[in-house]
Design a protein around this ligand. Structure first.
Ligand code: HEC
Ligand code: HEC
Ligand code: HEC
Ligand code: HEC
Ligand code: HEC
Ligand code: HEC
Ligand code: HEC
Ligand code: HEC
Length: 453
């Protein structure tokens, strides 16, 4: 309850602040009872100009904005897009050229933090911020292997595509960067170049700020209801290596969502969205939303115990969160709708699945070390059957098994997961045995190009 009061207070404060910003620009204070003035309250002539012209030039944007809660609260284009002339991102659109107003099409979490400091602070601590763009921008990450993967291999430099040419960067720009985010590069006119903007959740902006809030509540509606639906996460959390949406849709929770989601109440105020508004959890319910005594968090790492994405699963610590605490918080989510007996089974089930995955992984590492010591690994891992299979063991089948076990997706835990893991492992064993016996590496990679799916 206290949280709710705090929230309402904060919202009022935000509205008040908006009002105050505008009054600086000299808007007339609304007169009581004058409906027309009340509607226009707080919109300065400058802000009104943006809206008026853009409703003709980019009607789609204004139409979406009109439906947003922020439009109701008189938060306009001006509040989010106008920047100081000194900003590295400052430019002028056709409508304001020659005036002393500067804008930017780039809007990072820093702009939102003016009015939503708490959400941004939590977000910045999560894996969705700095950690997300790190694999894409940091050349030292994984010993430079990811940069080599993005340009040299996927960008076809290895078959002669010119190093650094736009096409050699296309895979990264249209792939990795659209989910993870990259670093925005600017041309002399302060506009983004080299296909570096727009980008994914951890985008690093030219002023050093981090994060694109619109990945879950898309512009310009910025809808909380939208972010609560599993589709908001599905644009990134899918596919062979982290099929979270597929797992969800096959889970009992997903079954209920698909059968009854149309009847659910999606737009309750923050922290008042509770069981009853819905009858099964979505991704947001478990990972972010306020439920029972738990408050909403924009730090998706907060309620996690295990690291289920990296090569060896360990209990989270340091920059990945606090796993012991995370387990307790996640349990609190479940206990809103389940008894402790079933939840204890689910927790133990995940711990055991993690142990099984780690058992396979440790065995693979042991074989690899022995092959390395004997000089029986190719330098190029991507044309070495053993190393290719080891990648799929971890990155595809192994993640599917672990995440399927975590989120009640038995088909992913089993058929797409552990069932494939033992097969991959046996093939690795055969290659290992052959190399040890013959003391040489077989001539050709035996692994299919796309690998086990
Ligand atoms: C609450 C803040 C907010 C408001 C209000 C807002 N925008 Fe945006 N706008 C954004 C964000 C965030 C992005 C995405 C920026 C990014 O990815 O760096 C964006 C992107 C854009 C873009 C570039 C993307 C594209 O589709 O070409 C345009 C143009 C734009 N907004 C125009 C407007 C106009 C016109 C208005 C007023 C009707 C407006 N915006 C109101 C936050 C806002
Ligand atoms: C008289 C018409 C007019 C007015 C007034 C106007 N704009 Fe624009 N704006 C445009 C047009 C046309 C474009 C698209 C062409 C371009 O990108 O320059 C545009 C583009 C933009 C973009 C995208 C720029 C990009 O690089 O993609 C943003 C953001 C934007 N305007 C924000 C604003 C804001 C904020 C205001 C008010 C301070 C405003 N505009 C006032 C006509 C106008
Ligand atoms: C000038 C202040 C201001 C700025 C800047 C601002 N907001 Fe808001 N925002 C508000 C106000 C006021 C509300 C409505 C009151 C409330 O529900 O808290 C709101 C509501 C929201 C909501 C809830 C909408 C719903 O459906 O309930 C979201 C999501 C949101 N803002 C996201 C953003 C994002 C993302 C940015 C940055 C791109 C941003 N805001 C920038 C003031 C602002
Ligand atoms: C624009 C893409 C995108 C969207 C949309 C998205 N995520 Fe993520 N998410 C990522 C990326 C990329 C990572 C990996 C971050 C890293 O490199 O550590 C991630 C990581 C995570 C993690 C693990 C945290 C960690 O890094 O250790 C959780 C949990 C998560 N996301 C939940 C969600 C939920 C829930 C939603 C929807 C409400 C969502 N995500 C929407 C891209 C996205
Ligand atoms: C469809 C969206 C998407 C694309 C495209 C994508 N990733 Fe990811 N990536 C994710 C998500 C989501 C996670 C979190 C996985 C999890 O929790 O299991 C992730 C996790 C990772 C991780 C582990 C987390 C970390 O920070 O150590 C790395 C490394 C990574 N991705 C690198 C890349 C690279 C490099 C590319 C391009 C060659 C790429 N990804 C393409 C969505 C994507
Ligand atoms: C991974 C998806 C995701 C990202 C990224 C995200 N949000 Fe949210 N946001 C949500 C969800 C889900 C809710 C609804 C939580 C609930 O059920 O109350 C929400 C709610 C909100 C609200 C309503 C008040 C509240 O705290 O519940 C605001 C304001 C908001 N977000 C702002 C932001 C800002 C600012 C950013 C960028 C730093 C951002 N969001 C990034 C998913 C996201
Ligand atoms: C019933 C609650 C629940 C729902 C619904 C749910 N998750 Fe999860 N999720 C979990 C649990 C529990 C874990 C494992 C927690 C741990 O580490 O112990 C997990 C793990 C994850 C991870 C793995 C992070 C890592 O370590 O690599 C990601 C990513 C994720 N969830 C994203 C999603 C997305 C996206 C959706 C919706 C499509 C979703 N989750 C739906 C409960 C849920
Ligand atoms: C909003 C309520 C709600 C929350 C929160 C919730 N669940 Fe559920 N869960 C349900 C409902 C309803 C079912 C369907 C029961 C049935 O199969 O009849 C279900 C089914 C399940 C099932 C399938 C069991 C079976 O009998 O097939 C598992 C496993 C499960 N939940 C685990 C979890 C875990 C773990 C959490 C917390 C991370 C959680 N749930 C959170 C409502 C919830």
């Amino acid at each position: 309850m206290m949280r709710l009061v705090g929230k309402v207070f904060f919202s009022c404060l935000a509205v008040l602040l908006v009002g105050m910003c505008f009054s600086v620009f000299g808007a007339n204070p609304p007169k009581l009872g004058e409906k027309e003035l009340v509607i226009k309250r707080g919109v300065t002539p400058e802000a009104a100009k943006c809206i008026k012209c853009h409703s003709k030039k980019t009607p789609g944007i204004v139409d979406s904005w009109k439906l947003s809660k922020m439009a109701h609260a008189s938060v306009t284009c001006y509040d989010c897009h106008v920047v100081e002339k000194s900003s590295p991102m400052a430019s002028q659109c056709d409508g304001i050229r020659g005036t002393n107003i500067y804008i930017s099409p780039m809007v990072s979490s820093k702009t939102c933090s003016r009015c939503h400091p708490q959400e941004v602070e939590q977000f910045l601590k999560s894996g969705h911020a700095r950690l997300a763009s790190r694999p894409v921008v940091d050349a030292s990450k994984a010993g430079g292997k990811l940069i080599k993967l993005m340009y040299y291999l996927e960008g076809a430099e290895f078959i002669g595509n010119k190093k650094g040419s736009p096409s050699s960067m296309a895979s990264r720009a249209q792939g990795c960067q659209m989910c993870h985010g990259g670093k925005v590069e600017l041309g002399p006119d302060h506009k983004p170049i080299n296909n570096t903007w727009p980008g994914g959740v951890g985008t690093i902006y030219p002023d050093g700020s981090i994060g694109t809030c619109t990945v879950c509540h898309t512009r310009h509606q910025f809808s909380v209801a939208e972010a609560r639906k599993p589709e908001a996460c599905a644009s990134c959390h899918l596919g062979p290596d982290h099929p979270d949406i597929e797992i969800y849709l096959e889970s009992k929770h997903g079954q209920i969502y698909q059968a009854h989601g149309d009847e659910w109440q999606w737009d309750s105020a923050p922290e008042t969205w509770q069981p009853g508004d819905y009858t099964a959890p979505t991704c947001a319910t478990c990972h972010m939303s306020g439920i029972g005594d738990l408050s909403t968090t924009h730090n998706v790492n907060e309620r996690l115990k295990w690291d289920l994405m990296h090569k060896k699963s360990v209990i989270r610590s340091g920059e990945r969160g606090d796993g012991e605490k995370g387990a307790k918080l996640m349990r609190q989510v479940c206990l809103n709708c389940h008894g402790s007996t079933q939840i204890a089974k689910e927790e133990k089930g995940l711990d055991d699945a993690v142990a099984l995955y780690n058992f396979y992984w440790d065995g693979a590492v042991k074989m690899k070390k022995e092959l390395a010591a004997k000089g029986l690994l190719k330098k190029d891992a991507w044309s070495d059957g053993f190393q290719e299979l080891m990648y799929y063991l971890w990155h595809h089948a192994g993640r599917r098994a672990r995440q399927g076990a975590a989120m009640n997706g038995p088909d992913y835990a089993h058929w797409h997961g552990f069932f494939q893991m033992f097969q991959i492992y046996k093939d690795m064993q055969n290659i290992y045995n052959w190399r040890i016996k013959h003391n040489k590496i077989e001539e050709l990679s035996t692994v299919m190009m796309t690998g086990p799916i």
